[in-house]
Design a protein around this ligand. Structure first.
Ligand code: ADP
Ligand code: MG
Ligand code: ZN
Length: 485
């Protein structure tokens, strides 16, 4: 390969991702310990997950069903032979000295995910998706005085989803992760919360001269705690590797750690120091076959997926791609939208109220529609009150705030707080009298031809009436007065 004419422009980036997903089953994968996050250290443990001699694992049926569900959702071929293997390595967070995983018969293989992005649609192939157990968690004390270990996480059902090296930029990797996360959320098998470690990602990246068929030497990046970090780490690594390629330095296969504060990756271990896991079949779990009917039963229980919902929302409700995208980001929100439409409220109106005021309130409260207990009935009632002019748009938002806090009836809130919109001419004229009196210079501007300044006076009227003035009516009255006097 001639290196002389290599520039950033003719270097191609190649990325493959490994995603780890913890299942939200009630119990762990091979014992009956509770699978809960945030409990006191080492309280959810037993001889099986602590790896005590003589204890035997028993496979959690729900974890198996979830794994098949994920495999199917990622369009994988499913191995009906369920076989587990031991992956041997020593680390203090792994009490048995081996991890029960799947080696030659992953539950899912050869799948694909359709990733939509600004640039269009792209297929990312799934190499394999296998079921395994999570390890415990080491907690390092300040100043490296000691390390503590918490085995509560040991034995949490975990699915590893490995892509083919199909992505060509950090942005594509980011889009893939968003897409897969949403699919997994729709499946309802995990809370997919990266902060709790329910969803984790390692990123593999290499560079090569455009047109080369052979893959470059890859680095695997670990310690990525958010999708933003994945993107930043890949962008950094792309630059670092390209620079090495351009200047003719040898890139070595290694594992690197992302330092989020410094914004760079640092070497952790090289290929030479990589583990030899000495896989062998797990003797304590006898291989067995899942019946095809059982797999098909799971297939028929799969939900409508984000892409399908997106198309349906556009077709059935006449929403734009932009609007539909917002609604499908949370399956519960999408359901809420549909429930509202059933209350005979125009879809576009419902969508606007969800995408604007409701999502703002949910964001402010760091909450989701699932937790807020808002009924489609009260929400659409509120929209109707704004539409028929009982209250102004502005007051409508205040009512939503109160509604979410108190869960009171919308009529009651309006009545108790005296929020009915002031539309009758007499009351409005009184407010406008004051506004005109107090803003003589603006009035002059309007009379001299600055029509836009009328917006300021309407704003003042809204303020004086605490949002209750009907802005449209106020504007009409103002125009009439200022131009006829
Ligand atoms: P390892 O044995 O180091 O775990 P794998 O072959 O299992 O490596 O691949 C792990 C991940 O790395 C996969 O997602 C794969 O697509 C990706 N990958 C493999 N080779 C490369 C490469 N040269 N450049 C970028 N990604 C790669
Ligand atoms: Mg790997
Ligand atoms: Zn246990």
């Amino acid at each position: 390969m001639s290196k002389e004419n290599l520039t950033q422009k003719n270097i191609e980036t190649v990325i493959g991702l490994e995603v780890h997903l913890q299942f939200g089953t009630k119990t762990k994968i091979f014992c009956s310990c509770a699978n809960e996050f945030g409990k006191d250290p080492n309280t959810n443990t037993c001889p099986v997950c602590l790896g005590l001699p003589g204890s035997l694992p028993v496979l959690n049926k729900t974890a198996l069903d979830y794994a098949i569900k994920v495999g199917l959702a990622l369009n994988c071929r499913i191995n009906s032979l369920i076989k587990f293997d031991r992956k041997n390595y020593y680390y203090p967070d792994l009490p048995k000295g081996y991890q029960i995983s799947q080696y030659d018969f992953p539950i899912g293989h050869d799948g694909h995910v359709e990733v939509k992005s600004k640039k269009g649609s792209q297929e990312v192939r799934i190499h394999r998706a296998h079921l395994e157990e999570d390890a415990g968690k080491l907690i390092h004390c300040p100043e490296d005085q000691c390390s503590l270990v918490d085995y509560n996480r040991t034995g949490t059902p975990l699915m590893e989803i490995v892509t083919e090296p199909d992505m060509r930029s950090a942005q594509e990797a980011y889009d893939y992760l968003q897409t897969v996360k949403l699919i997994l959320q729709y499946l309802d098998v995990s809370d997919c919360d990266m902060e709790k470690g329910s969803l984790r990602c390692d990123a593999n990246i290499s560079v090569r001269k455009q047109g080369d068929s052979k893959l470059g030497t890859k680095a695997e990046i670990k310690n990525l705690n958010s999708f933003k970090a994945v993107k930043a780490a890949l962008e950094f690594e792309q630059q670092r590797q390209s620079q090495m390629l351009i200047t003719g330095q040898e890139i070595i296969q290694e594992t690197r750690l992302w330092d989020d504060d410094k914004g760079l990756t640092l070497p952790m271990r090289t290929k030479e120091a990589a583990h030899d896991y000495r896989y062998f079949p797990e003797p304590d779990l006898v291989p067995f076959t899942v019946e095809i009917q059982d797999i098909e039963k799971i297939r028929s229980s799969l939900p409508e997926f984000p892409n399908q919902k997106l198309s349906r929302f556009k077709a059935d409700y006449g929403l734009s791609d932009y609007d539909a995208q917002i609604l499908i980001q949370d399956p519960a929100l999408a359901q809420f939208f549909e429930d509202c439409c059933k209350q005979d409220t125009p879809p576009k109106k419902v969508c606007n109220w969800i995408a604007g005021p409701l999502l703002k309130e949910l964001n402010d409260r760091k909450s989701s529609i699932k937790d807020i207990g808002l009924s489609a009935k009260s929400f659409t009632k509120l929209i109707a009150k704004v539409e028929n002019g009982t209250v102004s748009n502005l007051v409508g938002k205040d009512i939503l705030y109160t509604l979410l806090n108190t869960n009171k009836d919308v009529d009651k809130i309006i009545e108790e707080e005296g929020l009915t919109q002031v539309s009758d001419d007499g009351a409005l004229e009184e407010i406008l009298d004051d506004v005109i009196k107090e803003n003589g210079n603006v009035v002059t501007q309007i009379r001299e031809g600055n029509a836009n300044a009328i917006g300021f006076l309407i704003g003042q009227a809204m303020k004086k009436s605490k949002g209750k003035a009907n802005p449209k009516k106020a504007g009409e009255l103002l125009k009439r007065r200022l131009h006829n006097e």
